[in-house]
Ligand binder design. Sequence first.
Ligand code: SF4
Ligand code: SF4
Length: 427
Amino acid sequence: MEDHATVTDFDSVLASRGVTRRSFMKLCGAVAAAAGLSQLAVPRVAQALEESVIGATKGDLYPVIWIEGASCTGCTESFAQIETPDVATVVLDMISLNYSETLSAAAGHSVEEAKEQTIAAGNYILVYEGAVLEAFEGNALRVAGEVGSVALVQAAQSANAVVAIGSCAVNGGWMAAHPNPAQALGVQQYLQKVGVDTPVINIPGCPVNPEWLMSILVDVVVMKDPSLIELNSFGMPAGLFDQTIHDNCERRGHFENGEFVYAFGSEEEKKGYCLYPLGCRGPQTRSLCGVTLWNNRRSWCVQSGAPCVGCCEANPNNPGQNWVEVNTPFYRRFRTLPIGDLQFQPGAIALTLTGLVAAALVVHGFGMKKTGRMDGGAPFEKIRKWDAAHPEESIGTYANPETGGPILSEELVDENITPASDHKKKH
Ligand code: SF4
Ligand code: SF4
C-alpha cells in the first residue's frame, strides 16, 4: 500500500511534467497491453511505475546502454522525436542512458569509459539498433576501434535483457538484402551462434515505433523481470506483433466490399478505398501500427494514403526473410494472396481445394450484407470487378453458389465486367 507521502511525491512529479493522472493511467494500460498482460494488471503496472519514478527522483536510475550496429540511426531519430512534455518524459526520467553514440552529450574516450563502467557494474538493459555484420571477421563494422560484433557480445553478456530495435537489429533488415555482401544478420541469431543466452526482445519496424520501445522499456525496467513480457515465437512482444495491419485497418471495409484503389490520383484514392492493388502488405504484416499510430499518434502509413510496405517483416532466424527482400518491388501487388500463414496463388486457387477459402470470403461478404454492415456502401459484388477483369491475377477466389464448387478462371469474365483497359493504369 502506498503511503501518502509517496502519492504526493509522485503527483508532483506528474504535475511538474504537465501530465495528468488520467493520461498516466492510459500509459499504464498501453504498457500492460504491450506486455501481453490483461487490463487487470494495470494497477500493478501503475504502482511499479510510481515506485520506479520515485526511486529515480532519489537517484536510483536504471542504467541503459544503447549501441548502434550497422544502422542509419533512424531508430534513434524516431525515439528522439517523442514529443515533450508528455508521459514519455516521466518514463525517460527513470532510466539513465549511460551510453549512446548519438544521444550522449559526452563523446570519445569519456563515453566509452561510461560504457565500460556500466557493463562492469551489471544490472542494465542493452538497447541494440542496427544489424550485426559478420563479413571480414566482423571488420565490416568497427566502432571506437573495435569490431562491432565484439562490442555487442561484451555488452550483451552481462545485460539483464537485450532489446533489439528496428528490423535491422531483428534480422539484418535491408542491410541483409540480397546479395548481403556484409553478411548482415540479427542480434538474436548472432548471440545464439556465439553462445550468449541473455534474453532478447525483438521490436521490428523501419524505424521502430518509439511508443513500442517506450512500452517495452517500461516493462523491462519497471517490472524488473523481462520474462514477464509475453513473446511470440519470433521473440516479439505478442501484444504488439500478433495481429496483422489488415486486422486493424480503417480501409478494411473497402477490402471486404471489393472497393480498391488501382492508381494514385484516381477517384478511388480520393474515396479512401483499399490500397491492396497498389501493393499494400497489410494482410501479411504483423504489427499494431493502425492502433498505436505514428508521429505522436497523429497518423500512420495507410491513413496517410501510402500502402504498407511491410517494414515490420523480420524473421529473427533468417536474414534472407527481411522486409526488403520479401516485399520489393514496393507498390506492386503480390501475385499471391497471403491469408494467415498460407500463401495462395490466385490463378491456381479456382482449380484447387483452396476454393474453400474463396467460399469463406464470399460467405463472409454475404454475412456482412445480411447484417447491414455493407448498407450504404457499394453494391455487393459476387465477384470483384478487378478479379473479373484480370482473371489471371484475381485477388479473391470464389465458389459457385449453385454447385458449391470453385468457379473456373474463365467463368470470372462476363459482359457486365469493366474491361481492364478502363482502368487508368494497370498496376
Ligand atoms: S489491404 Fe492494406 S489498405 Fe487494404 S484493408 Fe488491408 S491493410 Fe488496409
Ligand atoms: S504500416 Fe506497414 S510500412 Fe507502415 S510502419 Fe507499419 S509495418 Fe511499416
